[in-house]
Design a protein around this ligand. Sequence first.
Ligand SMILES: Nc1nc2c(c(=O)[nH]1)N[C@H]1C(S)=C(S)[C@@H](COP(=O)(O)O)O[C@H]1N2
Ligand SMILES: [Mo]
Length: 400
Amino acid sequence: MRRSSFLIGGAAASGLAALGAGSNALAQETITQPFVNGSRPLATFPQKRPLILLTSRPPQLETPFKVFDEGVFTPNDAFFVRWHLAGIPTSVDGRAFRVKVHGLVNRTLELSVDQLRRDFQPVEIPAVCQCSGNSRGFFDPRVPGGQWANGAMGNARWRGARLRDVLARAGVKAGAVQVRFNGLERPVLQTTPDFIKSLDMDVATSPDVLIAYAMNDGPLPLLNGFPVRLVVPGYFATYWVKMLDDVEVIDAVDQNFWMKTAYRIPAAGDGCIKPGQTTPTVPITKMRVRSFITSLADGDQISPGSRRVQGIAFDGGSGIARVDFSADGGATWTQAALGGDYGQYSFRQWSSPLDAQAGQSYRLACRATAHDGSVQTSATCWTPGGYLRNNIESLSVHTS
Ligand SMILES: Nc1nc2c(c(=O)[nH]1)N[C@H]1C(S)=C(S)[C@@H](COP(=O)(O)O)O[C@H]1N2
Ligand SMILES: [Mo]
């Protein structure tokens, strides 16, 4: 490991003893995701309630979908977890931690978390963090990678300093092309490329990109990047580098593995291709409009009568304009009521009445339209990486 970390007492440190030599995460229960090989244990990791275990080294933990019905924000202890490399510090000293800002700048900075809090205007942005591979398990034909159902996403209020304010303090020199981000963790094998991501200068300096030190008013859980992470609202989570300790301004388009080879989508059209087709690719960027029912699950038995069906919707940052709801598999639609507006990057809750008669089955579906005009359709998107799923989702419920 490049630098040592020390466990100190108090709120400034976050420890994760269980990630050391073999996790002591307890498998308590098993759930079955709705695809082949979908059986998963629930496991309890430090600072987390039981989550759906994909892999333990590195940790990949999915949020049980019913959590999204608890409220518009995803609690920190239920927020999904995804790491690429197993060499994650098991504790980080938040007081000794520094973010280095260097490269094509006039002044190299070494900022403590206290300096990030004190010396820069604090900004809070509610935003969805969604893994590029969220819902990958539903791809047909299947593709390699973490076999997530729909719970590799979460919505939180992120508070931090604007990256552009930090870059302005360092003074970006002429010739800057991208900003490159690295976190504390390291690969276990020397041949594995370190996890590094880069953003074009115009994206990196947009006002909503943060170096976040708080999540839903609390410290970030260690597994979600304590003490600071990059937050890139509207963009897929691959750019939201956790335990961010290195920010480098570079003079060319980054050629590292995680930019040049991984996390890319077909360049042509909408990025979706036929299985087996090969095309030139570009880095994945913004999320696509999606919506889900959260108050009911596929196969639920419900009692006859009236109720409101509730769900969530989000997109890549234009905001949700409307959600339509169908109780007949998409034959007819009615406009749903939208819940509180927490900004264009947040989950938007919606609800719609369902009058269920006895002895019936209902195919429920929701369809979101974003302010940029994009709307979900029934067409499924296939990509070799298992990215970009955003078709209309549906589920069946039955009355007794
Ligand atoms: N340092 C670091 N940051 C990272 C990653 C990583 O492997 N290392 N993975 C990225 C990816 S692909 C995802 S989906 C999100 C997951 O964020 P979470 O674990 O807080 O849910 O972190 C991103 N940031
Ligand atoms: Mo991801």
